[in-house]
Design a protein around this ligand. Structure first.
Ligand code: AHR
Length: 527
């Protein structure tokens, strides 16, 4: 990879070199341009969603472990719930993932002693069904979140999709709503957001389909689900990733079939650093940005072709780093219960990319309305558990900070910073976005300095934010990009509130150390 602008001459040539401070010779310079009238859109809080699948130890030993000293009366892990509450996750997708495409939700409701043990062909394990739909809904209330439920359009279809909505959302007076009552749930669950299957383009998916087949099935399932409850919203499956050979044509065909029923189309993407090239790895935000723009274009092309008023928005309902555990998972025995599967141990560079991915989605807040960090506990997750405790992985921190502080209106954030060449094209050394909350009179900047060696001076003219003061400058950095958090050393990678940002004469300046994530919080009131 060639670094563009890596010499002073090049940087000077681009007028990006700051000469005011001799010590800052190796400092890059970046400027953010914002205008409070140039708005991308409101942050839909569901952009901070996550995902729990019946997979590995996500459910069993993750959120549910009746024999644990941390369990409540229902068997839910209280220590995990406490960590999830701090993440501030408004929606959690469930029960899969690949798992849902072979799932019979009826197996997981009613008296536990009657629930069957079944094989799960998505992950080659035995599913005990001791945790199911009703337990999940109970758990979401305890964890301060809400369910995003997926229906099985793999081995099942329209009939099953109708029944589960009836079971969950009708008051009573019908077979399935009365069955829910019989199971001890008098009030409807009132689940508002539903996925029409999962990754139906993938040959690994049980009952996978062509775009035409899936589009028809999604349209019919969606039509009947909305007949049962017209207040629900539906997510149609987009491609399983940008790399699928059918990407683009899949979205076009599927949306042509189910445009009237769907409200969102899904995007899924995981990144890995298999080549151990951190700069390339962090440049994946460019790829993600292009992916989002492409899907928006396809949605709007179908809208134009079909002369529709309605706009299809995006549900980025699986995103994360995933690669650390893949080799290990090849060695797993078949037909065990809740194995250690997809247990990626995340390092500091993963946390930087997670921050960058969240910034990228926020920059598209006008169209990305739902997003789910995949997943939440033990399985490619920010939270890990053992029998003796729960701890935060490195990626927990950027997620928690952005989820907690990234609420309000996203401003078009023009980033003028040096770039480097990557396999996805020019990658800015700085990923950044500004979010304003007019009511609270706050302005928050999220920024990642991707430079692995050099600090960066950040400038932003705040003339439209008269009287705004520095409230807090939180920094997440580590000298070793491979540093991890473990149960023994849970705070090895953790944020500190010791950033140096300052506001003077209506101008913000901050020095961002190399390889670092920043939350700069400004407001009219002193904190
Ligand atoms: O999140 C892990 C798996 O990744 C999901 O089950 C599937 O949808 C995707 O391929």
């Amino acid at each position: 990879m060639r670094i563009v602008c890596d010499t002073m001459e090049e940087i000077k040539g681009k007028d990006l070199y700051w000469s005011g401070n001799k010590k800052a010779k190796n400092m890059k310079k970046a400027t953010l341009y914002i205008d409070k009238h140039f708005i991308v859109g409101e942050v839909d809080k569901r952009i901070y969603g996550s995902f729990i699948e019946h997979l590995g130890r996500a459910v069993y030993e993750g959120i549910y472990q009746p024999n644990s000293p941390f369990a409540d009366e229902q068997g839910m892990r209280k220590d995990v719930i406490a960590l999830i509450r701090k993440l501030n996750v408004p929606v959690v997708r469930y029960p899969g993932g690949n798992f849902v495409s072979g799932y019979h939700w009826e197996d997981g409701v009613g008296p536990k002693e009657n629930r069957p043990e079944k094989i799960d062909l998505a992950w080659n394990v035995i599913e005990s069904n001791q945790f199911g739909l009703n337990e999940f809904v109970d758990w979401t209330k305890k964890a301060g979140t809400s369910p995003m439920m997926a229906v099985n359009l793999g081995t099942r279809g329209v009939e099953d999709a109708k029944n589960i909505v009836e079971y969950c959302n009708l008051k009573g007076g019908s077979y399935y709503s009365d069955l829910r009552k019989k199971h001890g749930y008098e009030q409807p669950h009132d689940i508002k957001l539903w996925c029409l299957g999962n990754e139906m383009d993938g040959p690994w998916q049980m009952g996978h389909k062509t775009a035409q087949e899936y589009g028809r099935s999604a349209a019919e399932a969606g039509r009947i689900m909305k007949m049962v409850d017209p207040t629900i919203e539906l997510v149609a499956c987009g491609s399983s990733s940008l790399m699928m050979p059918t990407f683009g044509s899949w979205e076009g065909t599927v949306l042509s079939e189910c445009y009237d029923q769907a409200d969102y189309v899904s995007l899924h993407q995981y990144y890995g650093n298999q080549e151990d090239n951190t700069a390339e790895f962090l440049a994946n935000t460019v790829a993600m940005d292009q992916f989002i723009s492409s899907v928006i274009s396809i949605c709007d092309a179908v809208k134009a072709k079909r002369r529709k008023q309605k706009t299809i928005n995006l549900s980025f309902d699986e995103w994360n780093v995933w690669y650390h555990s893949m080799e290990q998972d090849q060695k797993l025995e078949r037909w065990c219960k809740a194995p250690h599967q997809l247990e990626d141990v995340y390092n500091f560079e993963d946390a930087l990319l997670v921050a960058g991915m969240m910034i990228t989605m926020l920059r598209h807040a006008d169209r990305v309305k739902v997003a789910c960090l995949a997943q939440l506990v033990n399985v490619i997750a920010p939270i890990m558990t053992s029998d003796t405790g729960a701890w935060m992985q490195t990626i927990y921190h950027p997620f928690a900070l952005i989820s907690n502080y990234g609420r309000g209106t996203v401003l078009h954030t023009l980033v003028d910073a040096p770039v480097y060449e990557s396999r996805h094209g020019d990658a800015s050394y700085l990923d950044a976005v500004c979010i304003m909350d007019e009511e609270q009179e706050t302005l928050t900047i999220f920024a990642v300095n991707k430079d692995l060696q050099e600090t960066m001076e950040l400038n932003c003219d705040l003339r439209q934010f008269e009287g705004y003061q520095m409230q807090e400058h939180i920094v997440l950095t580590h000298e070793d990009v491979k540093a991890v958090n473990t149960q023994e050393h849970p705070d090895n990678v953790a944020p500190t509130a010791d950033g140096n940002a300052k506001v003077e004469d209506g101008k913000l300046t901050a020095v961002l150390c190399d390889k670092s994530f920043h939350v700069i919080r400004l407001g009219k009131k002193q904190k």
